[in-house]
Design a binder for this molecule. Structure first.
Ligand code: AMP
Length: 368
């Protein structure tokens, strides 16, 4: 079977790498195509061929995407002709933080108090109602901390509007204990598998590393997280892998954001779980049985950001696996990740510390 992927970044690369052993082949649609997929299948580029989209659709049996900041009508065009998962409606919803928070509220999933603002007056009103600190985010096109600001001073409403000049969501700042995420996969026949809750460490809005499983998670917290994600998946009749990012607070979990696709906080599953999030996404969209999500070892996923720093050196350390994306160095850019496995959480923490010297961009988060 042939899988068509909208997008050509590292998530597409890792989907293809997971799918080839299952006998699946891949092609990609993007403008311009990115290096991560250059050796993994043909790509279709509308900049050089005006029929690229129809050729891409004809060339494949089942479609998915790896980057959701696409024009929804592009996905719609594909979905009108061939199976496209997750559904287009999900794509539009997860592209808009306002609609996403509305969905969580509708499904009784706690979120931080928030308001949507479309003018300077709205921003002022939101600041007065919510108080400070607040987090201001563009409702669309934001990722990896782009298009956001933390505001601690009520008097900056006018400068905030000047800075964004587009619809924003203003959320109360959550004094969280830690950030957790729940990765899960649902297939067409409605089976759902859950990975364990993982703990995520961000710095400047970018995920630096993930600990899997998250240390010290109670059975109650696990059930709460799974219930929230189950509600979302069933409500949307979702097919594929999905991630819910949450804040753990003294009052339980608050949903922050949903990724309606494979996600960076699930990359540890490539080496630390029986079946990776990528393989399960493909099994789901093919309506094949889902793979087990059991943990094989305590695992940390550490992003390589900005600089590569001779990454092969990390292979000297026992239990490390290197995943490079074939991208050139640029500040803030995700170039690859390292999965480190250990037999105990104590050993894992020691190995993470040892890795610091290879990863200056991660140091602030690793020291936390
Ligand atoms: P997001 O793009 O919504 O995932 O936000 C990126 C990061 O900013 C999150 O992982 C948090 O570390 C932080 N953040 C976002 N929203 C809030 C909030 N309401 N309260 C506190 N921190 C937040």
């Amino acid at each position: 079977m042939k899988i068509g992927i909208l997008g050509s970044g590292q998530l597409g690369r890792m989907l293809a790498l997971a799918g080839r052993p299952l006998g699946l082949t891949f092609s990609f649609y993007d403008t311009p195509p990115n290096p991560p997929i250059s050796d993994l299948g043909p790509y279709f580029n509308p900049d050089v061929d005006e029929d690229a989209l129809s050729k891409f659709i004809d060339a494949n049996d089942v479609f998915t995407y790896e980057f959701e900041n696409f024009l929804p009508d592009l996905a719609q065009k594909v979905a009108e002709k061939k199976p496209f998962y997750p559904f287009v409606e999900n794509l539009a919803r997860s592209q808009d933080r306002g609609r996403e928070k509305g969905l969580f509220t509708e499904l009784d999933i706690p979120v931080p108090p928030y308001q949507i603002a479309q003018s300077q007056g709205d921003v002022q009103k939101a600041f007065e109602t919510l108080g400070v600190p607040v987090v201001v985010k563009t409702t669309t096109m934001g990722y990896d901390g782009k298009g956001q600001a933390v505001v601690r001073d009520l008097s900056v409403a006018d400068t905030i509007w000047e800075k964004f000049q587009t619809e924003v969501i203003i959320e109360q700042f959550v004094p969280f204990r830690r950030e957790l995420s729940q990765v899960a996969t649902r297939n067409k026949r409605g089976d759902i598998v859950f990975y364990p809750l993982v703990e995520n460490f961000h710095h400047e809005g970018i995920l630096r590393y993930t600990l899997a499983p998250a240390p010290g998670v109670s059975a109650e917290l696990t059930v709460q997280a799974q219930n929230y994600v189950r509600r979302i998946l069933e409500h949307l009749d979702y097919v594929g892998t999905c991630t819910l990012e949450m804040f753990e607070t003294e009052d339980g979990l608050f949903a922050n954001e949903m990724a309606a696709r494979v996600h960076n906080s699930g990359h540890w599953t490539q080496d630390g779980a029986v079946t990776s999030q990528f393989e399960n996404h493909l099994r789901a969209i093919m309506d094949w049985p889902l793979g087990k999500t059991d943990v094989r070892c305590d695992t940390a996923m550490i992003n390589i950001i900005g600089e590569l720093n001779n990454p092969l050196q990390v292979l000297e350390m026992p239990g490390t696996h290197l995943h490079l994306y074939d991208k050139s160095e640029r500040p803030g850019r995700k170039l690859g990740h390292i999965n480190v496995c250990a037999d105990s959480q104590a050993d894992l923490l020691k190995r993470i510390k040892d890795l610091q010297r290879f990863l200056p961009a991660c140091a602030p988060a690793l020291e936390a």
